[in-house]
Design a binder for this molecule. Sequence first.
Ligand SMILES: [Zn+2]
Length: 78
Amino acid sequence: MIVFVAVLIGLSIVALTVWSARFIAAGPPAEPDLSRVEDVDVPYLCTVCGLSLTVSEAQIGEEIEPPRHCREDMVRAI
Ligand SMILES: [Zn+2]
């Protein structure tokens, strides 16, 4: 039983190390192109706590991903 637990912990450490190396190798996301920003008016609502906010600027032609609050995706409030 102890050997099984030791192997399980070892595999977990290896998996975490591989994930960390891939995360670091991927680098940061690309910088947004600030010349391709348009004004928008998209309200969102947090269904957990009731917080509302409005997205006022977004990249031209890109779908706006809902922001997260209370660890959940916010819903569009229209
Ligand atoms: Zn919330």
